[in-house]
Ligand binder design. Structure first.
Ligand SMILES: *Cc1c(COP(=O)(O)O)cnc(C)c1O
Length: 224
């Protein structure tokens, strides 16, 4: 198989699995967006993915995304980029300029920096609050117990709209309880977007209400 047919087949297979998981959960497949996580992937795989018609991509570093997407974005105006990795507040301006969504909002200092950049640039990416559902010290995200207060602060003090929540469950735990917790926090805060589920667990995430799944290696192959 050529690289482009391999990538097209991988994408078709993931789209089918999303549809099947949605149907099994009594949900519409249209309610779940596929975010193709392109971090650390070589150019030829990115271009093969673009050729399939995939337009929604996730990146975890601002600078890497700038290099990869600056020209491709000009060539594909309907491209949508989500920042799914941690963001330093001194890069908030660059992130607001480049990304259509920032999924890793998790602290007041970052909210302040994003609010400032939004004011200056007159554009506001969609914002998701990242919740550290496993309370892992090395992982970004607000603690579950602090999520309600943080969401309220983002909305009231920083005047930023929060569209939903994102989580990355601990690698060595059953993800279902983490997805259920994220869905519960979103519901009680009236938030509709749930970014959860990766290559190994996106079907479980869909069962628990994911509206966006972030799939990297199962789409592109192992990262280089
Ligand atoms: C890398 C990454 C993914 C994709 O992981 P795969 O296991 O390759 O699907 C999803 N979400 C985040 C936040 C990531 O950093």
């Amino acid at each position: 198989m050529t690289l482009s047919s391999e990538i097209a087949a991988a994408r078709a297979s993931i789209i089918e699995r999303i549809a099947n998981a949605a149907k099994a959960a009594g949900r519409s497949p249209d309610a779940i967006a596929l975010v193709a996580v392109s971090k650390q992937q070589p150019d030829e795989r990115i271009d093969a993915m673009l050729a399939t018609g995939q337009r929604l991509f996730g990146e975890n570093r601002v600078q890497e995304a700038q290099v990869r997407w600056a020209e491709r974005r000009a060539a594909s105006p309907d491209l949508r980029l989500r920042l799914i990795g941690p963001l330093q507040s001194n890069k908030a301006g660059d992130a607001v300029r480049l990304f259509d969504a920032i999924d890793s909002l998790d602290r007041p200092k970052l909210a302040a920096a994003i609010a400032d950049a939004v004011q200056k640039q007159g554009r506001c990416p969609q914002l998701l609050v990242q919740v550290n559902t496993g309370e892992e010290p090395q992982k970004a995200g607000v603690a579950p117990a602090d999520a309600d207060a943080f969401i309220a602060a983002v909305q009231r003090e920083y005047q930023l709209p929060v569209a939903g929540l994102m989580c990355i469950p601990p690698a060595d735990e059953e993800p279902a309880m983490h997805f259920a917790l994220l869905a519960k926090i979103a519901a009680r805060n009236g938030l509709s977007e749930l970014s959860m589920g990766m290559s190994d667990d996106f079907e479980t995430a869909i069962r628990f209400g994911a509206t966006q799944v972030r799939v990297g290696s199962a789409l592109f192959g192992a990262r280089g």
